[in-house]
Design a protein around this ligand. Structure first.
Ligand code: TXA
Ligand code: MG
Length: 322
């Protein structure tokens, strides 16, 4: 199959109406989209990504009004967060209506719903009378794409079309939240900071992203967001002594890895801006991966705002050294 990159929204819409999987831009990362109401179309997403098992998928809609067709109940705190943050980098887990196939939710009674804040994605969604199921448009386990070229590197020959909407402005996947017993739970840290959610609600939220519930050594975790070059996060001193003599690549926030003397240096933000670091993270992970460095070291970022989501991605990208 030939894969074309283009800016033709109508062409993308026609392919999606025919049941094809098409890569689309969003402000978080590029998604690999298909008609969420057609299981055969959704299966093409899993096939192109080579996902070894069926993970539930986020459905994307053009506005909050249209969400009501696909969910059965919207708790008041979720409504409040939707008013504050949609369209945007936040996903809500809500009780699904019968219109949502079980394949999309992997059998769960809840569906993940997001309204992207990206004008091209929004124009596309308005041309369709169905939601788009879309995971990040990368082969299973690899770094998420933030440009059309990143998508092509990973999925060339596996999908017909990549709708180019420029580099993703946020650069981190959406924050996933749900409500249980009147409380908001964060299921994935992402493009909307936990502190901002707490400010809107006027209360603390619970964070349950899996890592807290099943604390496992990094070596046992299935790598996600991983580079092919082994990446090590945190405790830089320790890694430096273990890997002395190797060509070391370093991804630093601003100037927090000056001690490491190496030409393979990638800076997330020149002036310590967290949103800029988030936007650059996945691109620089790819560049470090392709640089010729034998290992990649990353010191942790300040654990506040988007820094918490960035640290989470780096933790999951760590090399499985078992
Ligand atoms: O920013 C984003 O969220 C991007 C763009 C394309 O919208 N999408 C994205 O999708 O990151 P993906 O598939 O890479 O990550 C979705 C996450 C997965 O961890 C999945 O397990 C979780 O959302 N998820 C989706 N539906 C769910 C459900 N019904 N229940 C629990 N978790 C769900
Ligand atoms: Mg993903």
């Amino acid at each position: 199959m030939q894969t074309t990159i283009g800016e033709n929204i109508e062409q993308a819409a026609e392919l999606l109406k025919k049941g094809e999987a098409v890569a689309i831009p969003t402000e978080t990362v590029y998604g690999l989209a298909a008609n969420a109401t057609e299981p055969d179309a959704v299966l093409k997403i899993f096939k192109a990504k080579e996902r070894p098992h069926f993970n539930p998928l986020i459905i994307h809609l053009p506005n909050w009004e249209s969400v009501k067709k696909y969910v059965d109940n919207i708790p008041p705190k979720i409504e409040k967060l939707a008013q504050a943050f949609t369209p945007g980098a936040i996903t809500f887990l809500l009780k699904k209506s019968e219109r949502v196939p079980d394949l999309v939710t992997a059998g769960s009674p809840k569906v993940a719903v997001r309204i992207p804040a990206h004008s091209i994605a929004n124009q596309l969604l308005k041309l369709l009378n169905f939601p788009l199921a879309a995971p990040s448009a990368n082969p299973f386990g690899y770094v998420s794409p933030t440009t059309a070229e990143h998508v092509l590197e990973g999925l060339k020959g596996r999908i017909p079309y990549i709708l180019d909407g420029g580099p993703s402005e946020v650069g981190l996947e959406s924050t996933i939240v749900e409500e249980a017993d009147g409380k908001i739970i964060v299921r994935r840290k992402g493009g909307v900071a936990v502190e901002d959610i707490e400010n809107v609600l006027g209360e603390k939220v619970e964070i349950k992203t899996g890592a807290e519930e099943h604390p496992t050594a990094p070596g046992q975790l299935k790598s996600h967001y991983a580079t092919e070059t082994p990446l090590y996060f945190g405790e830089i001193e320790k890694w430096l002594s273990i890997f002395s003599g190797k060509k070391i690549g370093v991804i630093e926030f601003e100037n927090n890895a000056q001690k490491i003397n190496t030409p393979f240096r990638f800076q997330l933000s020149k002036n310590g801006k967290m949103d800029e670091a988030a936007k650059n993270l996945f691109r620089l992970m790819r560049e470090a991966d392709a640089s010729g460095a034998e290992i990649i070291l990353v010191p942790p970022l300040p654990e506040k705002g988007l820094g918490r989501a960035i640290n989470d991605r780096l933790q999951r990208a760590q090399h499985d050294w078992k």
